[in-house]
Ligand binder design. Structure first.
Ligand code: 5GP
Ligand code: ZN
Length: 114
């Protein structure tokens, strides 16, 4: 997808700190981390948002969560826990229109979110 930052990152036309990659997904550390661990899990396929995923994307989205488990293990977040976040649209606070799952950990999160 032209002009999509995350397509640029997954296709390695733009530099990022990649922590996992496979044929369907790439995970890299957020450029503006909101916690000691803040990684983004991104499908290689350009899907605009969680709200535009199709039934056929369900296995891919499940895999994003399974990779989040692996990243949690890598950063030793298992015991203390972590937060998974998907923002959608203006009110959800989405700023990059390419589906991504945030994994945040390493500090106590507050609730409700801002
Ligand atoms: P959103 O607000 O859409 O849920 O999350 C987008 C995230 O992407 C933000 O946390 C932001 O810091 C991160 N981000 C935006 N541009 C870049 C970039 O060029 N590289 C990396 N690594 N993260 C980015
Ligand atoms: Zn994209």
């Amino acid at each position: 997808m032209a002009d999509c930052i995350f397509c640029e990152i997954v296709n390695k036309r733009m530099k990022s700190d990649i922590v996992h990659e496979d044929e369907e997904l790439v995970a890299f550390n957020d450029i503006n981390p909101q916690a000691p661990v803040h990684t983004l899990i991104v499908p290689r396929k350009h899907i605009e948002s969680i709200h535009s995923m199709k039934p056929e994307d369900a296995p891919l989205v499940s895999k994003m969560v399974l990779i989040a488990q692996k990243i949690a293990e890598k950063y030793k977040l298992n015991d203390d826990g972590y937060r998974l976040v998907v923002n959608y649209g203006i009110n959800g606070g989405q700023t990059v229109p390419h589906l991504h799952l945030h994994i945040l950990g390493g500090r106590r999160m507050t609730w409700p979110p801002g």
